[in-house]
Design a protein. Structure first.
Length: 266
């Protein structure tokens, strides 16, 4: 099983993609030079340094925590772990409802950030424990978007133009028992909204776009998925209800197999 490079090497590759060298990273992130040099040489970065480096690299701060192998701080983690199912249920609407992605994206952006639900933060389920492999990193980044295996399978097929895989097969990718092929990485990258160059730098796998059928609204949908991680499950149900209403309002634009058979509006 292929292993991931050390974080210092991943960091250097990300810098090279942006045309930055070590001295420029020090200048822009403003840490003590010895601190960032030690990270390039294999030391574990501090949380404060990760936040600064994320800003320099133009990455989500929580994603860089994931890449470094550290736990994402509570204030940067998805707001409501119980919302995973609701984000997954939106996959059909984002894939098949014509012109719905921009409207739903704006709806998600308009909803306020509410206090974190007053319930214990559940630890990651045991089956989300992965080895140090490229597939595992991609799965951890997807979990950072509050997507579980089932939601990932739906979005891979709908947005990434990938094959229709079972949830358990997605899990095999994370466990290194199914290869993270270039085609799969390209499809999953469309859901993550992380550039091909960055995915290559992080995983050592070159995403293939040859013949990929990425959804035309994939960029906007990936932004929606990212923003949805700050919503509660109740807020996401409002988004799901609006998607259901759109399905009725635009029924004439859908083929018969995609029309809702519930008999009325929500």
């Amino acid at each position: 099983m292929q292993e991931l490079p050390a974080f210092g090497e991943q960091l250097m590759r990300l810098a090279e993609v942006r045309g930055l060298d070590r001295e420029m990273m020090v200048c822009q992130a403003s840490p003590p030079e010895a601190e960032i040099t030690s990270v390039f040489d294999g030391a574990e970065p501090s949380p404060a340094l990760l936040r600064k480096l994320a800003s320099v690299l133009g990455l989500h701060r929580s994603d860089l925590f994931v890449v470094s192998g550290q736990q994402v701080p509570d204030e940067l983690a998805p707001q409501d772990a119980t919302a995973r199912g609701e984000i997954g249920w939106l996959a059909w609407s984002l894939t098949f409802l014509p012109h719905a992605v921009p409207e739903l994206r704006e709806l998600v952006r308009s909803l306020p950030r509410l206090p974190r639900p007053d319930r214990p933060v559940a630890p990651p389920p045991p089956h989300h424990s992965y080895p140090n492999s490229p597939g595992a990193l991609v799965l951890r980044l997807l979990h950072n978007r509050n997507l579980d295996w089932t939601a990932t399978a739906k979005y891979l097929y709908g947005l990434g133009g990938g094959p229709m895989l079972s949830a358990s097969t997605i899990g095999l990718i994370g466990r290194g028992r199914k290869a993270l092929t270039p085609d799969l990485l390209a499809g999953l990258g469309a859901v993550l909204d992380i550039s091909s160059a960055d995915l290559n730098a992080l995983t050592g796998v070159d995403p293939s776009t040859d013949g990929a059928k990425i959804h035309p609204d994939a960029d906007e949908a990936a932004e929606l998925i990212w923003n949805a991680r700050r919503l509660t499950v109740e807020q996401l149900r409002l988004v799901r209800d609006r998607a259901h209403a759109i399905r009725h309002e635009r029924a004439e634009e859908l083929n018969s197999g995609h029309r809702c058979s519930c008999g009325g509006r929500p």
